[in-house]
Design a protein around this ligand. Structure first.
Ligand code: PLP
Length: 380
């Protein structure tokens, strides 16, 4: 089986699992307990936080562990917006993950916020001029994802964040898909808040983190014992945090070399698929894209049917975002990019981690051709 759905999730890496194990067994303490067992858990948690902070180029006190990317996005959007009483307007894009879109929708429905969705081009890029024009004196937060989970387009985040700062608006970015591929230094990106998730980089599902700069007020969403500096109550997931800390170290190591090797394999794969299926279209930006994602529309097919044909040939991929929980709707991302609904339903996304070798990817392109021809009733 060739697993090409890394954007949905990836396996836990051995080094990560080995680092977690003691914290699930012998060193099981509660970091808030005032005895040796608790103190050892507190030390492990602090070490993990320092490792995530080193990855993001921030202070450890600026990292809040969460139950994953979804919770980190919720905390960023609702927590920062509700923590600032000065305005009630949000700027975002229509291609964000549901964790951002639904959090914004909650603020609109229950807290009287208004939202401006900055349009994206056919390549998925936000034009800085459009973004700048959407900012208003009462804007409390802007949120634009670093890289899109369906088409892989990478946004000019530093430029967008600078525009937001020029008018005093805090800027959040969802870096869940960029993690492991792109530099996440929050200083270089110029962002005030940034979301990461463990299970895209070899840590388990159910752990993530939110960076929030300095003293930006964040209204907590989970109330209780005041853990995570009051931002996220609940006994900490120590083993999960340790896992994220180790995965962060691995994500930082050799990142540039891994990313450029994967980008070369990606470009060869894209060329191979387009040679096999000449009327296929690569979605997203041709060059400003993740090294581990290539998504296509295959006219006169159905994405789900192509997936089944691929699976029969031992290739696991996706018709878009796994996060829409089995939704049959056409992708909101492709619709926002301007694809008609019937074309959006023909999308197939291939995504991989650094462990996929170029030879595996090269072998997939002919199978994609076979699968598309099978769905079109043109058996080889
Ligand atoms: N943001 C993006 C861009 C994602 O791709 C995902 C998950 O796929 C999430 C947020 C949610 O992260 P989690 O699955 O950790 O809740």
């Amino acid at each position: 089986m060739i697993y090409l759905d890394a954007a949905a999730t990836s396996p836990v890496r051995r080094e990560v699992l080995e680092a977690m194990w003691p914290h699930l067994t012998g060193e099981f303490g509660n970091p808030s307990s005032h005895h040796a067992v608790g103190e050892s858990a507190a030390r492990a948690l602090a070490e993990a936080r320092a490792s995530v902070a080193a990855w993001l180029g921030c202070r450890a006190s600026e990292v809040t562990f969460t139950s994953g990317g979804t919770e980190a996005d919720n905390l960023a959007i609702k927590g920062i917006a509700l923590g600032d009483p000065r305005g009630r307007h949000i700027v975002t894009t229509p291609i964000e993950h549901e964790a951002v879109l639904e959090s914004v929708d909650y603020l609109v429905r229950l807290h009287g916020f208004t939202v401006t969705f900055v349009p994206v081009g056919r390549d998925g890029l936000v034009a800085p001029a459009d973004f700048g024009a959407a900012l208003r004196p009462d804007t409390t937060l802007a949120s634009v994802m670093l890289a899109n989970n369906e088409v892989g387009t990478v946004q000019p985040i530093a430029e967008l964040a600078a525009l937001a700062h020029a008018v005093g608006v805090p800027f959040h970015t969802d870096a869940v898909q960029a993690a492991g591929w792109l530099p996440l230094d929050v200083g270089a990106l110029g962002v005030d808040a940034l979301t990461v998730s463990g299970h895209k980089i070899g840590a388990p599902k159910g752990v993530g983190a939110l960076y929030v700069r300095g003293r930006i007020p964040v209204e907590p969403l989970v109330h209780g014992g005041g853990q995570e500096r009051g931002r996220r109550s609940g006994t900490e997931n120590v083993a999960g945090a340790v896992a994220l800390g180790v995965a962060a170290r691995l994500a930082l190591a050799d990142r540039a070399a891994r990313a450029s090797a994967a980008a070369a394999a990606r470009d060869a794969f894209i060329a191979g698929v387009l040679a096999e299926v000449p009327d296929a279209e690569l979605t997203g930006h041709p060059s400003s894209r993740l090294p581990g994602t290539a998504s296509f529309v295959f006219p006169a097919t159905n994405g789900e049917a192509v997936l089944l044909e691929l699976e029969r040939r031992g290739i696991v991929s996706s018709s878009g975002s796994a996060c829409a929980a089995g939704s049959e709707d056409a992708s909101h991302v492709l619709l926002a990019l301007g694809y008609p609904e019937d074309v959006a339903r023909t999308a197939v996304r291939f995504s991989w981690g650094p462990e996929v070798v170029a030879a595996d990817l090269a072998a997939v392109a002919p199978a994609v051709g076979e699968a598309v021809r099978a769905v079109r009733g043109l058996a080889d």
